[in-house]
Structure formats: structure tokens, C-alpha cells
Design a protein around this ligand. Structure first.
Ligand SMILES: [Fe+2]
Ligand SMILES: [Fe+2]
Length: 245
């Protein structure tokens, strides 16, 4: 069984509260690293994309596991690249690949500079197409913004725009066993183009469903982690864990 641990929406902002939640979530994963194959972080590493927040995120996200990180709408390519990938052009989208055994993780940058909604730009679509064409074995595609609505009105208004850009690639590639994302701060499972689409809970906070309260953000829920298990046949089983602070 192949195991991916996924964290999302860390929102490093210099506060002890968020730092403690991130440390607890990473400790939960890292202390079980022997049973896990890869760590995936799907964006909103920071609250405001400030250089000092990105430096703190870089310091906090430490793991013995092979780790793949992409960004969300609260991040920015220049501050991420300056800290995490100083060798690349600062404005490059954060499209990154990791192959472990017969599983390839492709994390693509769904952020749209200056906007809250998501979008896969031409560079990113082209990169993903090439990676999918060259991948052997099972593939998991990760990004920040969900390409479908979730029954969460605020989130649904800032989902991934033009989701057919991703959908056309999914249709053409049956080796994609699952798609995973974040952004909604809500552990959730649905489908996209007939494939499983799993959302990791937010580490920093949870967003309420309409019947859970009038406030959008719920800070009382604990941090969460998703574990995606992939069996030999490519069937994906997602488990969620709450991490008490
Ligand atoms: Fe977020
Ligand atoms: Fe987000």
C-alpha cells in the first residue's frame, strides 16, 4: 500500500496559534514516517505571502519524507521561489513532480497572481500534459483550488476557473488514480471527471458549511491531515485525522 500524507492551508502568519497547529500536524506525520511514502503540501503555506512568513513556512515544513509543495492564493510565486527554489525564475509557476516507486505525484500551481480564484495557466497546462505523457505507473495530480463546487458558497465563488483545462487532461489520462487539493479548509471527498477528488482539511482553520453557522471561518475545529492510501490496483482510500492542539 502506497501512502501519501497531505497537509493544506497552513497559513503561517507569525502567530503562535498557527505555528503550534502546523508543528502538531507535522509531528503527527513525521513520527509515523516509516509507514508513509510521501508528504504533499497543497498551498496557502502563508497568510500574506510575506517573505518572513515564507521563511517561517520553510523552517516549519521539515520532514524525513520525500516532500512535494505547491502554492495557493494566499502565497505568491516570487516569495515562494526565493525561499524554496532560489535557482528558478522568481515568477515561475510552482509545478513540481515526485516519483516514488510506481507512483508519480504531480503538483501544479493553480494560483492566479493577484486573485483569490484559481486557474491553470498555459505554462502549467503544458507542463502537466508533458509530465502525464511521460509518466509510468499510477499518477496523483495535486493543486490548491478545487475544480468543482463544494456546497460552500464563499469557496465556490473562488474555485478553479475554466476547470475544463484540467478536465481535458484527466479524460485523456486513465493512469490518474486521484486528484487532491485544499483551499476549502474542509476534509471532503467528491469526484471530478469520474476520478476521486479528495480535499485535505485545513491545518490553520475549518470553513463552515452553511448550516454550521453564520461565520465563514471556524477556528474551534482542530487541525487535520489527510492520508491517501493507494492499493496495488490503483484504488485510492482517503482517511482523515484530526490533530488536537
Ligand atoms: Fe487557505
Ligand atoms: Fe486558498
Amino acid at each position: 500500500m502506497f501512502v501519501i500524507a497531505q497537509l493544506s492551508d497552513l497559513h503561517v502568519n507569525g502567530t503562535h496559534r498557527n505555528r503550534a497547529r502546523i508543528e502538531a500536524a507535522l509531528h503527527y506525520v513525521n513520527s509515523r514516517a516509516e509507514g508513509i511514502d510521501a508528504l504533499l503540501v497543497t498551498g496557502d503555506l502563508t497568510d500574506h505571502a510575506a517573505p518572513e512568513e515564507m521563511l517561517e513556512a520553510h523552517k516549519l515544513i521539515t520532514s524525513p519524507l520525500p516532500t512535494l509543495i505547491t502554492i495557493g492564493n494566499h502565497d505568491a510565486r516570487p516569495s515562494f521561489n526565493a525561499v524554496f527554489r532560489p535557482e528558478v525564475d522568481p515568477t515561475s509557476p510552482v509545478n513540481v513532480a515526485l516519483t516514488v516507486g510506481d507512483v508519480t505525484l504531480l503538483a501544479v500551481d493553480s494560483s492566479l497572481p493577484g486573485e483569490r480564484r484559481g486557474f491553470l495557466d498555459d505554462v502549467t497546462v503544458s507542463w502537466l500534459r508533458t509530465e502525464l505523457d511521460n509518466a509510468d505507473g499510477k499518477v496523483v495530480v495535486a493543486f490548491h483550488h478545487p475544480p468543482v463546487t463544494l456546497g460552500m458558497p464563499m469557496m465556490d465563488s473562488i474555485m478553479q476557473s475554466s476547470p475544463e483545462r484540467l478536465g481535458d487532461l484527466v479524460d485523456a489520462h486513465p493512469e490518474i488514480v486521484a486528484l487532491v487539493c485544499g483551499h476549502a479548509h474542509s476534509g471532503a471527498v467528491t469526484t471530478f471527471r469520474g476520478r476521486p477528488l479528495c480535499l485535505a482539511p485545513g491545518v490553520s482553520s475549518t470553513l463552515n458549511l452553511p448550516f454550521e453557522g453564520s461565520a465563514v471561518v471556524n477556528r474551534d475545529q482542530p487541525a487535520g491531515v489527510a492520508f491517501h492510501l493507494i492499493d496495488d490496483d490503483g484504488r485510492v482510500i482517503t482517511h482523515f485525522r484530526a490533530i488536537p492542539g
